[in-house]
Design a protein around this ligand. Structure first.
Ligand code: GLN
Length: 308
């Protein structure tokens, strides 16, 4: 294996010149203020220093990558009862699709489409007030990344809140089936803020380490989840982490990954490393275009695909 720093530098140098970067999300207006030229990569091995290149230390909106952290938190709180409310199958539909919900009696296909993530946030709300639930999520992410500087970008949260009608519709629809228990406005208040957590590639890579190491963060020594739960979360990331682009991502990259419309992607290389990339331009499925290309290149160079 070549040196990880050299690898990060090479991938950054090769892809920075690309002009075709997709479209920056603008359905949340505040996200559209970010430059499409941003590009960062962080490779965190289980032991040894994190290799970074480009804008890897600049915080960006993690958006749907937060769904990975809230799922882990909810599983810790109520265990397998999460699956009473949310399925575990790929959706083959857009992340914010509403049609499938009607066919399936308001039960979301998986915890990574918006409907499923909103149901997971409803579970975390449990007996809490929204502020407490949000505090719990933020503390958990800081604990995972071992970094108390991580915060929420209030402007992004407000921007999504002001344009969140589709998510509100999803929440109301699920409530009518009893899949969510709290008032939709409360659940979404938490959800929009969790999506607006801002993290850098370096922080994200650190936060994902437990998933590459049998559930234990190798840097802090904390057991976050059991080895079995880590394996299962990785399986869900592989099958559902990129929505209707999950099959193509498995084909091209072959690693469990979670994307967000802020342009970040977090991938797990079981027993080896965690990689986070960021480039705000998105493809038609809402996944980072340059980020996916960077991960494809990384896997070609390292042979890290789980498919051999
Ligand atoms: N906050 C975004 C939304 O709910 C998250 C979507 C995403 O990152 N795919 O639409």
């Amino acid at each position: 294996m070549e040196n990880l720093q050299t690898l990060a530098d090479e991938i950054h140098a090769e892809l920075s010149a690309r002009e075709d970067r997709g479209r920056v999300a603008d359905y949340i207006p505040q996200l559209a203020t970010v430059s499409a030229q941003k590009f960062g990569i962080a490779i965190a091995p289980l032991d040894g220093p994190v290799a970074v290149a480009g804008d890897a230390d600049e915080a960006f909106s993690i958006q749907s990558i937060s769904k990975l952290f809230t799922l882990t938190l909810a599983l810790g709180q109520v265990g397998d009862r999460v699956w009473d409310r949310v399925g575990r199958e790929p959706s083959g539909n857009a992340f914010n699709s509403i049609v499938q919900l009607e066919h399936e009696q308001g039960r979301p296909r998986n915890p990574f489409v918006n409907a499923g993530a909103i149901a997971v946030t409803d579970i975390i709300l449990g007996g809490h007030r929204p502020k407490e639930a949000l505090g719990e999520i933020l503390r958990f992410v800081r604990f995972l990344a071992d970094d108390d500087a991580i915060n929420i970008d209030r402007l992004v949260a407000q921007s999504e809140q002001a344009h969140g009608d589709r998510n509100l519709a999803l929440a109301h629809f699920m409530k009518s089936f009893g899949v969510i228990k709290h008032p939709p406005a409360e659940v979404l208040g938490v959800y929009f803020h969790q999506c607006a957590i801002a993290m850098s590639c370096r922080q994200l890579a650190q936060a994902g380490l437990f998933l590459a190491a049998n559930g234990r963060n190798p840097r802090t020594g904390f057991n976050v989840v059991s080895a079995r739960r880590a394996r299962r979360i990785n399986a869900l990331m592989m099958t559902c982490g990129h929505y209707d682009g999950a099959g193509d991502f498995a084909f091209r990259v072959g690693l469990p990954g979670k994307s967000g419309v802020g342009g970040g992607i977090l991938v797990i290389v079981p027993h080896r490393a965690v990689v986070a990339v960021w480039s705000p331009g998105l493809d038609a499925n809402g996944n980072s275009l340059l980020g996916t290309a960077a991960l494809e290149l990384l896997v070609q160079r390292t042979g890290w695909s789980v498919f051999g």
